[in-house]
Structures are given as structure tokens and as C-alpha cells.
Design a protein around this ligand. Structure first.
Ligand code: C5P
Length: 247
């Protein structure tokens, strides 16, 4: 698979073209941003953790019949993916109150969100700061068809039903997470990443935060938290791609 020109560079990833127009290479950087890029920094080794955790979660979801853009992991920081036309909606699923939901509702962080997960939609727009939207806004702006939106919501809840128990078996509480979906060859696929950048993951016993909140809130131990998640959730076969320094 030949790596060709850079198609897009985002805050945490670079997407490269390949010799196949239907496939791209997603490269994971160590750069970290928060609060709509007002806070910037580096988390050493983050790209490796996020790439290999995403690969592991996508492989698991694929086995459970959730279509994902992953074709195969290529190296410590790269995965080969189907090229998606990304839907400009960020879908957030919440099992426990944290972050912006705590701010919006006044409920303390750590409160259960109930037996049924809470699902939220945000408009993916850096200039607007990703505002929360509802189904009517999606329809009004033509971001997705009603059928596509129904599939996105159903699939996001299925991802939660697969990942929450899986992560729990590794001692992690899946507090909340953000997903992105896109179109490819006439159907929808889960894209982007599933990592400590896009999920809140708390130690199930101590409730210690093992995710990007350590960076957002200057809690310290950021790299250590990412490495702990790596050790717990990335299978040995994928850990081998990281080389001896990480494994
Ligand atoms: O900040 P908020 O509480 O709304 O975030 C909910 C979840 O979505 C968190 O897991 C956070 O890491 C993720 N998120 C994200 N990218 C954004 C906004 C939120 O990955 N732009």
C-alpha cells in the first residue's frame, strides 16, 4: 500500500491518500488540544496508544457487526481505512454524568445517567465550537437524511452496548464517548477513532480518570494514564506493533 499526498491535517491526526482512491492512511500524532484548540500541548506516546486502541476497538466492533472504516493497522501510528465522506455530526453517548453534561444540568460528575444511555448530537464545526443540535437541526441543515440519522443513533447505542461491558472486563468504566460516522460505497461506517482522547475512561474501582481530562484539567500523570489504558485494552498482538518501548 503506497502512501501518497497529505489530504487533511487535523488536531490529532493526518490523513494521507494511497494508490487506491477508496482507501486512506490515518496517522496519529502526539499533539493534544482542548477547549476548541485554545489549549495545546503534547502527550508523548499518545499517537501510538490512540492508533492501537482504536484498531482494537474497531476489530471488536467489526466482529459484532458494526461496520467500521478500519481495513487493518499498518504500524504503531498508522491504520489503513476506507475513505469516508464524514457526516458533520458528532454523536456523544453518556453512561455517567461528566464534562459538559454536568455543566448543563448541574448534576455532580459521577452521577449515573440511568439505565438507558443519554445520546447527544453536536454540529461538527470548529468556527462555531461544535454546538449541540437536535434532529430538527440535522434535517434543517441537511447534515444527514432521517434514515441516516436513525442508523447513526442506533449504531452509537450498539457501540456502547459492545464497548461498555468489554472495557468493564478490563477494569474501566466507560463514562462517555464521541463517535463520527461517514459514507462510503453507498453505506454508512463508523470512522475517526475510539481512544482516551474521545472517551472518558475511569478506573472502575478507584474512579481515577484515565483519559484526556488529565490534560484538559492539568491533573498530571497524563502519559501514565494513556499507557495504563494501552496495557489494559490493547491485545498483545497489537501491542507488538508498538515495539518494546511501549509494550
Ligand atoms: O465535553 P463533553 O462532556 O461534551 O464530552 C463528551 C465526550 O465526548 C467526552 O468523552 C469527550 O472526550 C468527547 N468529545 C470529543 N470531541 C469533542 C467533544 C467531546 O471527543 N469535540
Amino acid at each position: 500500500m503506497d502512501k501518497r499526498e497529505k489530504l487533511y491535517e487535523g488536531k490529532a491526526k493526518i490523513v494521507y491518500a494511497t494508490d487506491d482512491p477508496g482507501l486512506v492512511i490515518q496517522y496519529f500524532k502526539d499533539d493534544a488540544t482542548a477547549f476548541n484548540a485554545q489549549k495545546r500541548g503534547t502527550i508523548v506516546g499518545k499517537g501510538v496508544v490512540n492508533n492501537l486502541m482504536s484498531a482494537a476497538m474497531f476489530q471488536l466492533l467489526g466482529r459484532r457487526r458494526v461496520p467500521t472504516h478500519l481495513v487493518r493497522p499498518l504500524s504503531d501510528r498508522e491504520m489503513l481505512c476506507r475513505r469516508l465522506d464524514i457526516i458533520k455530526i458528532e454523536t456523544v453517548v453518556r453512561n455517567v454524568v461528566a464534562g459538559s453534561l454536568a455543566q448543563r444540568t448541574g448534576l455532580p460528575e459521577g452521577t449515573s445517567a440511568g439505565r438507558r444511555a443519554v445520546l447527544e448530537l453536536y454540529y461538527k464545526s470548529d468556527p462555531l465550537g461544535d454546538p449541540m443540535i437536535n434532529d430538527d437541526h440535522v434535517r434543517m441543515m441537511g447534515l444527514a437524511t432521517p434514515r441516516e440519522l436513525a442508523w447513526v443513533k442506533r449504531t452509537a447505542l450498539k457501540v456502547n452496548a459492545v464497548l461498555a461491558p468489554h472495557l468493564s472486563r478490563h477494569g474501566l468504566l466507560l463514562v462517555d464517548f464521541k463517535l463520527e460516522f461517514g459514507r462510503h460505497r453507498g453505506r454508512l461506517w463508523l470512522g475517526d477513532e475510539v481512544s482516551p482522547d474521545t472517551c472518558r475512561l475511569w478506573d472502575a474501582r478507584t474512579r481515577e480518570r484515565l483519559d484526556k481530562d488529565r490534560f484538559r484539567r492539568d491533573l498530571g500523570g497524563v502519559e501514565e494514564a494513556y499507557q495504563e489504558v494501552f496495557r489494559r485494552v490493547v491485545p498483545k498482538a497489537l501491542q507488538a506493533l508498538a515495539g518494546p518501548a511501549q509494550a
